[in-house]
Write a protein that binds this ligand. Structure first.
Ligand code: C2E
Ligand code: MG
Ligand code: MG
Ligand code: MG
Length: 274
């Protein structure tokens, strides 16, 4: 410790920063390779209709396996991909994969929708719509089977682009969900003007609904508002039966979470569906 403190604090800080940016740079070039080397996989997590108990949809969640027995989570590498622009090739890879998965579902008579996440820079890419459309057409995927998840920040920061994109997607049959709903701080007026189908309540609001009065109040307010606006609500991060029962009782449409299943690779998902 003595040695640590004897170091010039400014120099110490900047050398630390240098290591951090070097680590990021390394991660960036590894990620670039990962796309080429096919170290990426799309995992699937089922989404349940709460009134019927059936699986109606799955969410596609990206996984990176740099080596056989190591993995890096999307919370770590998606922000780097966003900052470096790698999100463009990565996003295209995910869109293509999701369409391919839908064709595999069809072969197995699995008749569900597939939702994918898109991040801010992807939404600002004016080629995004064309890419989704042409990929779906090329692979013979019915656009009604596709759902896009975006966070509300994307819509607010980039309103005009988002509006154009969402209208085009809607026209084609793709549905739209607002991800991590309830954690933003923006005006809700965009809900009136944009073609949105679903709100996904963030996991942080679901985890304590049994015990936290405030979280419960917020969840109930979201459900009431969604009913008025004719939006369907998906609860994210459901981990207990109590949480499920609360949501069911208050007419939340769908749920997703470890209580039902964790995200899993395609083969497991197909087995799970049978
Ligand atoms: P998200 O879209 O909000 O996805 C839900 C996250 O919650 C997933 O984390 C999922 O594994 C996790 N989760 C689901 N149920 C439970 C539960 O009951 N308990 C707990 N503790 N966690 C649960 P994951 O897969 O690590 O993804 C993190 C985030 O990374 C996603 O949040 C999404 O924002 C982003 N992401 C993932 N895949 C992609 C992608 O293909 N493209 C883009 N742009 N972003 C992605
Ligand atoms: Mg999501
Ligand atoms: Mg979410
Ligand atoms: Mg999230």
């Amino acid at each position: 410790a003595a040695k640590l403190f004897s170091q010039d604090p400014i120099q110490f800080y900047s050398s630390d920063l240098k290591t951090a940016s070097e680590a990021r740079l390394r991660l960036e070039s590894q990620l670039r390779e990962a796309i080429a080397k096919e170290q990426l996989q799309v995992y699937l997590q089922p989404i349940y209709d709460l009134s019927s108990g059936r699986i109606v949809k799955a969410e596609a969640l990206l996984r990176w396996f740099p080596t056989k027995d190591s993995s890096i989570g999307p919370d770590v590498f998606i922000p780097i991909a966003e900052q470096t622009g790698l999100i463009y090739p990565l996003g295209k890879w995910v869109i293509t994969k999701v369409c391919e998965l839908l064709t595999v579902f069809k072969q197995h008579n699995i008749n569900i929708k597939l939702a994918m996440n898109v991040s801010p820079r992807q939404v600002s890419d004016r080629h995004l719509f064309e890419f989704i459309k042409s990929t779906a057409e090329r692979l013979g995927v019915d656009a009604h089977k596709l759902e896009l998840e975006l966070t509300e920040g994307v819509l607010v920061d980039n309103y005009n682009k988002a509006q154009k994109l969402l209208n085009s997607l809607r026209e084609m049959g793709v549905t739209i969900a607002i991800d991590d709903f309830g954690t933003g701080y923006s005006s809700l007026s965009y809900l009136k003007h944009l073609p949105i189908d679903h709100l996904k309540i963030d996991r942080s609001l679901i985890s304590d609904i049994d015990t936290n009065e405030d979280d419960r109040a917020i969840v109930l307010a979201i459900l009431a508002m969604a009913t008025q606006l004719r939006l369907k609500v998906i609860a994210e991060g459901v981990e207990t039966m109590e949480q499920q029962e609360f949501l069911k009782q208050h007419r939340c449409a769908s749920a997703q979470g470890f209580y039902y299943a964790k995200p899993m690779p395609l083969e497991s998902f197909i087995a799970f569906m049978k």
